[in-house]
Design a protein around this ligand. Structure first.
Ligand code: SF4
Ligand code: ZN
Ligand code: ZN
Length: 324
């Protein structure tokens, strides 16, 4: 098959758009989608100047998504002094898994001459995920602890690094899966929370986040997972692909299979889910806004919470660590 843009040999067929693309045209199409998302989300603060640039902290795990996001943003803004990119890597303490992906992050940061910060659960909380998974004092899946700890560190360090935006590498499949899972839970707060994709919204407990956290963005959310992987491969990026040994989101796995099947039979399903869902999330966020109770501060860390101790501090203490 020939590339529909330039006639060279095609390397891929995008069923949802009908296009066959060669490697170069495919890479350009990925880059274009990321740039359009950055533009449409109004990510670059118009008051940013070379002397006072917008600082974007990218959650860099070393997996293909965050590596591709970092590379595309770097190439896009390399010659624009109004944006300063910083890579932030969280080491959870997972033997044989995170060490290798941290190597990928270090390699990428060196290649791109990017500022890179590494934060570990062990230094921050005095725990490693391998021990948490083995002890499991709350009887939960490892990811249920890990997600809370990671989000806390990303937000806290983004803030410490003076971030204006916190960017993560969620792709179209991740987003469509989360949308469907939130919808199936039947809780409007869960739906509203998704609105944070467009810079402003709700945290995991359905509270407004605008004033309390660094705004989030997901510029890769229009690019399907397979295309992110192909981009990383074609552009020879140092992405780490093994799966975490504690990966345990069984429900997400079911949703993933369901969506892949739907996409195969009805190309474009993921895109249409997200098109409708973002509007739904915004409407849900609007209707919940103002209804949130006043928040107290966590006794341990001062984070906003409606309990005496926030979820993160509660879990860190439960696994025998030190939240402060
Ligand atoms: Fe943590 Fe789960 Fe991700 Fe492993 S798969 S790094 S346990 S959130
Ligand atoms: Zn082409
Ligand atoms: Zn706390």
């Amino acid at each position: 098959m020939d590339c529909d843009k330039c006639g060279a040999d095609a390397v891929t067929h995008l069923a949802y758009s009908g296009l066959h693309l060669c490697g170069d045209c495919f890479s350009q199409s990925v880059e274009k989608r990321v740039r359009r998302r950055v533009r449409e989300d109004g990510l670059l603060d118009q008051s940013a100047t070379p002397d006072d640039p917008d600082t974007w902290v990218v959650g860099l795990s070393g997996g293909k998504d965050s590596v591709v996001l970092t590379k595309v943003l770097h190439d896009t803004f390399e010659s624009d002094p109004r944006v300063e990119l910083v890579g932030l890597t969280i080491h959870e303490g997972i033997e044989g898994y995170r060490d290798e992906s941290v190597d990928a992050c270090v390699e990428l940061a060196a290649d791109l001459d990017l500022r890179h910060e590494l934060v570990t659960y062990e230094e921050e909380f005095g725990v490693r995920m391998d021990d948490v998974a083995a002890d499991d004092p709350e009887g939960m899946a490892p990811c249920a602890y890990c997600g809370v700890f990671r989000r806390d560190l990303l937000e806290r360090y983004a803030d410490d690094l003076g971030a204006d935006k916190l960017l993560t590498g969620h792709n179209l499949d991740d987003e469509a899966q989360t949308a469907l899972m939130n919808f199936l839970e039947g809780d409007p707060k869960q739906v509203a929370k998704h609105f944070d994709a467009s810079l402003g919204g709700f945290d995991d407990e359905g509270r407004e986040t605008q004033d309390t956290f660094v705004p989030r963005a997901k510029p890769l959310r229009d690019v399907p997972e397979k295309e992110v992987a192909l981009y990383a491969h074609l552009n020879d990026l140092p992405a780490h692909i093994t799966e975490c040994p504690h990966a345990s989101e069984a429900y997400r796995g079911e949703i993933q299979q369901l969506l892949l099947k739907l996409e195969e039979n009805h190309p474009g399903t993921r895109h249409s889910i997200m098109a409708g869902y973002e509007q739904l999330a915004e409407a849900a966020a609007d209707s919940l806004r103002g209804g949130a109770d006043d928040l107290d501060e966590c006794d341990r860390c001062g984070a906003p919470t409606d309990n005496d101790v926030c979820r993160k501090c509660y879990l860190v203490e439960a696994v025998g660590g030190d939240p402060e």
